[in-house]
Design a protein around this ligand. Structure first.
Ligand code: COA
Length: 177
């Protein structure tokens, strides 16, 4: 399954793709609100990619690999996975720094959310971020997620947004004639 937007291809992962994620997951600016700037190790990056391969094969969704048209350069990921031990699937996004500020994460996330509700059959999707990560919380708002609560995880303050299938359908699908 390959999804497309105007500027992007959302693709599934191969185990060997982890090397393409390494420059992104080791950029201190990308990691600023994720690990307080600490780069991921190769082991963490490999494990992330392996989780996406398994998740897609078992559940038909994942944090899609993002390729920008026309060259299909890998610029990050966007999609639904599982955040820590939270029971609800979580949508998230990371882009290589040079691609920030062009609406690409929102463009990818709209399509990933549509796929998750319409094709993967999910009922409710959350998203979590540090409250000061305003680029990320702004995307959540643009997608129609609503803020539910602030909480703490391993000493880090986070905010949780969520949307359920019914509310997503009410704002994204035309009523039946
Ligand atoms: C978060 C991230 C994916 C955003 O990607 P992006 O393609 O630049 O996002 P978009 O352009 O689609 O949307 C970002 C929105 O936030 C706004 N925004 C960006 N930086 C902002 C800031 N510092 N303060 C307030 N708003 C900000 C943008 O103006 C835009 O909103 P708008 O369309 O209403 O103008 C990117 O910054 C990134 O990869 N960050 C590092 C990884 C990360 O933190 N991921 C999220 C973990 S929870």
């Amino acid at each position: 399954m390959i999804l497309e937007t105007e500027r992007l291809v959302l693709d599934t992962w191969q185990g060997s793709d982890w090397t393409e994620l390494r420059p992104i997951a080791t950029d201190v600016e990308v990691m600023r609100y994720i690990t307080a700037g600490a780069p991921w190790t190769d082991e963490q990056i490999r494990a992330f990619v392996d989780r996406q391969v398994k998740l897609y094969s078992e559940r038909n969704f994942c944090r899609w690999k993002l390729l920008v048209k026309p060259e299909r350069e890998m610029i990050g990921f966007c999609g639904v996975g599982f955040w820590r031990d939270a029971p609800d699937p979580e949508i998230g996004w990371w882009l290589a720094r040079k691609w920030w500020g062009q609406g690409l994460a929102t463009e990818a996330a709209r399509t990933a959310l549509q796929h998750a509700f319409k094709h993967a059959g999910l009922d409710r999707i959350i998203s979590a971020a540090r409250p000061e990560n305003t680029a990320s919380t702004r995307i959540m708002e643009k997608l129609g997620l609503t803020r539910e609560c602030e909480f703490e995880n391993e000493g880090v303050r986070l905010v949780r947004y969520a949307i359920d299938h019914l509310r997503w359908a009410q704002t994204n699908e035309s009523p039946l004639p």
